[in-house]
Write a protein that binds this ligand. Structure first.
Ligand SMILES: Cc1ncc(CO)c(N)n1
Length: 221
């Protein structure tokens, strides 16, 4: 079984609480309150800045040029593509770059991003990629599922652009490479004993993703 599938199976309930969160259901059927989505968008901008730092750490931790180049492509995908798209999406929701910059991080944003960075600092490249994987691969899986349901791409769903972005080929390719990277790294450093520690990292990242959705709901009330 692929490393990612094993981690997902081992973290079962935490994976489901993240990918089937009430916020996700609201994106899918369009019932998510707009205020919750705006709160989420602002925090996700701050999240992406820190996420780029986490990917940059993967360049530093790379053992081979191939590792370093693939991590570098990740940094560039965030800084040059995803952030631009994010700013455009924010503008469509009435959120200016000035406002994005001026908002402080919510605790859920700080907790999640610094957990990923710390995991990478104290561990090796496999630990770091496992900590990153619920974000990268989780969003691809969520968006694929939402896009496949009629309500997810209905013209009246205000979140269809968000769904289409993450369900699109470019992002799905990024997620497929992340799955391959885990197999790649696992092939030379994944022992049975180590798998337990990796599952703990993966499950914690899933819980922090669920908290991130929840923050969108709670902080917009
Ligand atoms: C919180 C969060 N997780 C994952 C992604 C996917 O990049 C994102 N943009 N935000």
């Amino acid at each position: 079984m692929r490393v990612f599938e094993r981690l997902k199976a081992a973290a079962g309930d935490d994976w489901r609480s993240y990918t089937e969160h009430r916020f996700v259901a609201g994106l899918g059927d369009g019932t998510l309150p707009a205020a919750a989505f705006r709160t989420y968008l602002v925090q996700d901008y701050l999240f992406l800045i820190q996420f780029a730092r986490a990917y940059a750490l993967a360049v530093f931790k790379g053992r081979t040029l191939a590792d370093m180049r693939s991590a570098h492509r990740g940094v560039s995908a965030i800084l040059d593509v995803e952030m631009d798209l994010h700013v455009k999406l924010c503008a469509a929701w009435g959120l200016s770059p000035e406002m994005l910059e001026a908002t402080p991080e919510a605790r859920a944003t700080t907790a999640y991003t610094r957990f990923v960075i710390d995991t990478g600092l104290r561990g090796d490249l496999l630990d770091l990629h496992v900590a990153l994987s619920p974000c990268v691969i989780g969003y691809a899986e969520i968006a694929r599922r939402l896009a496949a349901a009629p309500a997810g791409s209905a013209p009246e769903n205000p979140y269809r652009e968000w769904i289409a972005e993450y369900a699109g080929d470019a992002y799905q390719d990024v997620a497929a490479s992340a799955i391959a990277k885990l197999d790649d790294l696992g092939a030379y450093s994944l022992t049975e004993r180590r798998f337990e520690g990796l599952t703990a990292i993966f499950a914690q990242a899933c819980r922090l993703e669920a908290d991130f959705w929840q923050m969108g709901l709670d902080e917009s009330r």
